[in-house]
Ligand binder design. Structure first.
Ligand SMILES: Cc1cc2nc3c(=O)[nH]c(=O)nc-3n(C[C@H](O)[C@H](O)[C@H](O)COP(=O)(O)OP(=O)(O)OC[C@H]3O[C@@H](n4cnc5c(N)ncnc54)[C@H](O)[C@@H]3O)c2cc1C
Length: 384
């Protein structure tokens, strides 16, 4: 049984808003609320020592969607929904950059490319339509043909076309999360790590959030409202968010020095594969589509099959003829839902489910958080 002191109860265990999950959405939501009113008591509860979601494991692409991805989405979601989503990603990234500054997130507008191979070359027939659709959002071309660069970059012979995506960029994922944590703390938000939330009990004027603390066991936080920003794990605490997990596996090479002939962020196969340089290292991830069933998991593990495919593409497609050593590998867990659109929904009168990213949260996350902050602020005003 926990023995909670008077002091702990006074200073740590009650909040205006308790946010579960310290990923980009949870922390951006804390930032939004504190920007609205720095007197608000905001507590973010994170299960792990270092936030253990997608936000600390991702590839750091600040991207809007590659042509094969967006063309697939146009077919399933329709043109208006895709334009809206791209616009949201653009505004989300602008918000993140404005809040923290480019230096603090390691942002570089390095430009991106999509490699077309196999059946995906068909997207060339739709490139002009995609460009016309998205050009008004960017105010200049969304994409253009860059086939001449295939040889310049030294890609393998299976690459038939290269499409330049001039608006794409990248961030330093770790630095961005570190800066976001610092930003929230500097404005008085309390981020408590090592705090796995087990249950949320709602009552008429708030909610109690139960954490299993390593020392003392059950610990209840009282809040006027709770936001669940646990991404793939959202349904465990917020049943109005029907998300499912999708594991992403990544590898990182040793530095390649001047053997590396390109600079930027790259995608292929409807976004299922992505690579970029980190200095002269290559960060390469993806391959979830090789085993969708097996990768629909929140278990942090690597599989031989996907790692072997990544290595094969690395050696035959990305830097053919170059001897590369892999220095590090990791897995992270994304969240997906159908349709693949953000969802900010009240699960009951006090618990807001906040889900946004469907595997692409770097650009979108801050905007989803802003939407959630507006909804929470409205509730706090109403229930004063
Ligand atoms: C390998 C990989 C590569 C990716 N690459 C890119 C990319 O290049 N560009 C891009 O835009 N997106 C990318 N993504 C997706 C992007 O990282 C996510 O969309 C985004 O980080 C989601 O943010 P979030 O805040 O919703 O969730 P998360 O970052 O997953 O945060 C959820 C948090 O909730 C915590 N949590 C869960 N359950 C509990 C609980 N019960 N109690 C307390 N805390 C809990 C978790 O530990 C976690 O810290 C990638 C993802 C992966 C895995």
């Amino acid at each position: 049984m926990a023995t909670v002191s008077f002091w702990e109860r006074e200073e740590f265990l009650h909040a205006d808003v308790c946010i579960v999950g310290a990923g980009i959405i949870g922390l951006s939501l804390a930032a939004e609320l504190l920007e609205m009113d720095q007197r608000l008591r905001i507590i973010v509860l994170e299960r792990n020592t270092v936030p253990a979601g997608a936000s600390t494991k991702n590839a750091g692409f600040a991207c809007y969607g590659s042509p094969t991805e967006l063309w697939r989405d146009v077919r399933t979601l329709g043109q208006d929904a895709v334009c809206h989503l791209v616009e949201q990603r653009k505004h989300g990234l602008e918000r993140l950059r404005a809040r923290l500054g480019d230096e603090a997130i390691g942002y570089e507008r390095c430009g991106g490319y999509e490699l077309l191979l196999g059946e995906h070359v068909a997207v060339m027939d739709y490139l002009d339509s995609l460009d016309q659709m998205l050009r008004p959002i960017f105010g200049s071309p969304y994409a253009y043909r860059a086939d001449k660069r295939i040889a310049e970059f030294g890609f393998g012979s299976s690459v038939e076309h290269l499409i330049a995506l001039p608006h794409e960029g990248r961030i330093h994922t770790g630095r961005m999360m570190h800066s976001l944590l610092r930003y929230v703390a500097e404005r008085g938000g309390l981020v408590l790590t090592g705090s796995p939330v087990e249950r949320i009990e709602t009552h008429s004027n708030g909610a109690d959030v139960l954490v299993m603390a390593p020392v003392g066991g059950e610990l209840y936080f009282q809040a006027r409202a709770v936001a669940v920003a646990t991404n793939a794990l959202a349904p465990r605490l917020a049943d109005c968010i029907g998300a499912r997990p999708g594991r992403g596996q990544v590898l990182l090479t040793e530095p390649l020095g001047d053997q590396l002939r390109w600079d930027g962020v790259f995608h292929f196969d409807e976004g299922y594969y992505y690579f970029r340089n980190v200095g002269t290292r290559i960060l390469f991830g993806g391959g979830r589509n090789l085993d969708i069933e097996g990768e629909t998991t929140d278990h942090f593990a690597l599989t031989e099959r996907i790692q072997a495919q990544l290595e094969d593409y690395l050696r035959t497609l990305i830097v053919p003829g170059t001897a590369v050593r892999i220095e590090q590998r990791w897995a992270g867990i994304m969240g997906f839902r159908t349709p693949p659109l953000p969802a900010v929904e009240w699960c009951n009168q006090r618990v807001l489910g906040v889900f946004g990213c469907n595997g692409m949260g770097v650009a979108l996350g801050s905007l989803v958080a802003a939407d959630a902050a507006d909804k929470l602020a409205e509730l706090l005003l109403r229930s004063r």
